[in-house]
Design a protein around this ligand. Structure first.
Ligand SMILES: Cc1cc2nc3c(=O)[nH]c(=O)nc-3n(C[C@H](O)[C@H](O)[C@H](O)COP(=O)(O)OP(=O)(O)OC[C@H]3O[C@@H](n4cnc5c(N)ncnc54)[C@H](O)[C@@H]3O)c2cc1C
Length: 217
């Protein structure tokens, strides 16, 4: 557990008002899927951000979307290398249990927008993971760093253009595929997507103890 000031090392700009902060790690240990509380050093306002980087990466990374009427994301957006943030954590239980990792059963990761962040950390941290990643986005340019995933494991579901892997919402995609009942399903992002996708997965016979969710907003 760390609770201290960390320097920004670099900022990677992405499409759709999103960006990645590369932050000094200072030896912080975490489980992929956990989040930190983050705010500008000295600022009283902090928000939760999933850790984007892998457990063996040198820097601690978070993927942030600037929310137009948001308080903290706008402040984080203005940070430059050398500035400091306060990092608390890690926190949370949205993680792959040790005994799941050893299983051959498949994982289905379902994300909306920046909800892809914990899955990026899981994929980078756990070699040989048997996963499929559904990423719900409006336009294909918001697929962020999709080249970091196996081509045949990353499926972008784009609701407003035809340039993704699938035209439609993640829920439309789920409706038209068979899902092995042994699949561990992890869902992350906005509440409506998670609720609707969970309902569909339950209808498809996925047991409740195979459903794991992290709601962002
Ligand atoms: C466990 C957890 C992990 C999270 N991880 C991430 C992450 O990895 N990356 C990330 O960008 N955010 C993440 N969030 C959301 C984040 O904590 C903030 O809520 C978000 O950055 C907005 O904060 P703000 O202070 O700018 O806006 P606020 O002033 O808090 O909120 C302004 C409005 O924006 C809405 N809002 C919040 N997030 C979004 C969004 N992404 N798109 C559209 N509207 C939104 C809020 O519901 C609110 O109505 C996570 C939330 C939780 C609970």
């Amino acid at each position: 557990m760390s609770d201290q000031y960390h320097k920004i090392l670099n900022v990677r700009e992405l499409a759709d008002s999103a960006f990645i902060l590369e932050i000094e790690r200072k030896g912080m240990t975490f489980e992929p899927g956990q989040h930190v509380l983050l705010g500008k050093a000295g600022d009283i306002h902090h928000r939760e951000y999933s850790i984007y980087s892998g457990i063996n990466d040198e820097a601690l990374e978070v993927l942030v979307k600037e929310v137009s009427d948001g308080e903290v994301s706008k402040v984080l957006r203005k940070l430059k290398p050398g500035d400091e943030v306060e990092v608390q954590g890690p926190f949370g239980f949205f993680t792959i249990e040790e005994d799941f990792k050893a299983e051959v059963n498949p994982f289905l990761f379902i994300a909306s927008g920046t909800g892809i962040s914990p899955f990026h950390s899981m994929v980078k941290s756990v070699p040989g993971l048997n996963y499929k990643l559904l990423h719900g986005i409006r336009y294909s340019d918001a697929s962020f760093e999709s080249d970091h995933y196996d081509k045949d494991r990353y499926i972008s579901c784009t609701s407003r253009d035809d340039k993704g892997s699938f035209r439609g919402r993640v829920t439309d995609y789920i409706k038209q595929v068979d899902i092995d009942k042994n699949t561990h399903c992890f869902l992350c992002g906005n509440f409506e997507m998670i609720r609707d996708a969970m309902d569909l997965l339950e209808e498809k016979g996925i047991p409740q103890d195979h459903l794991h969710a992290e709601v962002y907003f």
